[in-house]
Design a binder for this molecule. Structure first.
Ligand SMILES: [Zn+2]
Length: 338
């Protein structure tokens, strides 16, 4: 109820302040039943205003605890809005989540178009069209699910505590799915002539990914105190790729890994993800300029941009691997260790 009063006051601002103080005086003398009735009326009025899109952004210090995520973003927050219609309409308003929503909404549309284009590529461009399209399909599925869970979460985050909790779990699960999906085409082409380690690494990343999804279902995982743990879990999941990379470099040699193996693109992809996760965990740059990055360029937005860039760089690397496989054909000679 406190929240509704705060949001109403913020939406009405000055013109209401006198009236509100008079009402507060009257409020004190009311019977508990009348007070409850009055509060219900205010709540209904508030829900109606939100439904109509008549709300204004509020400062961080009046947010309810479940919406207090980053205390370096001082102003520009959406009030709690228990209406999906209002949450979706807020996509087109300017507030702390606008950049977070659009970076992954546009990223999602981009990967959806890229995925459709890739799936409709003529079969003569592949050695084993069905198998390769399934392998790439899993990467696109991971990327599209991650980005769509993310923009949906940021859109409905202010709906209510329950809704924000459900969607934050989907958001974190999406990151694990993106990482798992990214491993599939990379392992498939890197270990093309040696399916046994490929299969083992696929099982390991699936087990680790599922473990990360299970951990992210824990309610405390979404809290601000666990920001570093969250970054660590997903960074660890992504960096587990170091083991198959070392396997490849040791068996094929650095030169082959750097040219045919696309290690350069993989390194770039890893550094984009690591930079994004580090900014996210340390809340840079808003930590140095509290209140200056409320709407644009705060750490979460930058992290989103680094995720989209990292996923695209990964796609570029694995499509180079695919092209190389197509050039040399599907056969595996005696010398092909991998
Ligand atoms: Zn996000």
């Amino acid at each position: 109820m406190t929240i509704s009063v705060i949001a109403l006051q913020s939406s009405e601002e000055h013109e209401c302040s006198d009236e509100a103080s008079q009402e507060d005086e009257g409020f004190m003398g009311m019977s508990p039943l009348l007070q409850a009735h009055h509060a219900m009326e205010r709540m209904e009025e508030f829900v109606y205003k939100v439904w109509e899109g008549r709300w204004r952004v509020i400062p961080h210090d009046v947010l309810p605890d479940w919406l207090k995520d980053n205390d370096f973003l001082l102003h520009g927050h959406r009030p709690p809005m228990p209406s999906f219609r209002a949450c979706f309409k807020s996509i087109f308003r300017i507030h702390t989540e606008t950049g977070n929503i659009w970076t992954h909404l546009l990223g999602c549309v981009f990967f959806l178009c890229l995925g459709i284009f890739y799936m409709f590529r003529p079969n003569i461009s592949f050695v084993a069209p069905l198998q390769e399209k399934v392998v790439f399909g899993l990467f696109f599925l991971g990327a599209i699910l991650c980005l769509s869970f993310s923009w949906l979460f940021h859109t409905v985050y202010c709906h209510s505590e329950g809704v924000s909790r459900i969607f934050s779990k989907l958001d974190y699960s999406g990151i694990a799915l993106l990482i798992m999906g990214s491993f599939v085409p990379w392992l498939y082409y890197s270990f093309y002539c040696n399916p046994q380690p490929c299969f083992i690494y696929l099982i390991v990343i699936c087990v680790l990914g599922i473990a990360a999804i299970i951990v992210s279902q824990w309610d405390m995982f979404a809290t601000p105190q666990y920001r570093g743990v969250r970054a660590g879990v997903f960074l660890g999941l992504g960096l587990s790729g170091i083991i198959p990379t070392l396997h490849y470099v040791i068996s094929e040699g650095f030169l082959k890994a750097a040219t045919i193996g696309q290690i350069g693109w993989l390194m770039l992809m890893a550094s984009l993800y690591i930079t994004g996760a580090a900014l996210y965990a340390a809340r840079i740059p808003e930590r140095f300029f509290p209140g200056k990055c409320d709407i644009w360029f705060h750490s979460h937005q930058l992290f989103h941009i680094f995720v989209v860039a990292g996923a695209f760089v990964h796609f570029h690397g694995v499509s180079n691997l695919q092209e190389f496989r197509f050039m040399i054909g599907g056969g595996c000679s005696e010398e092909d260790a991998l």
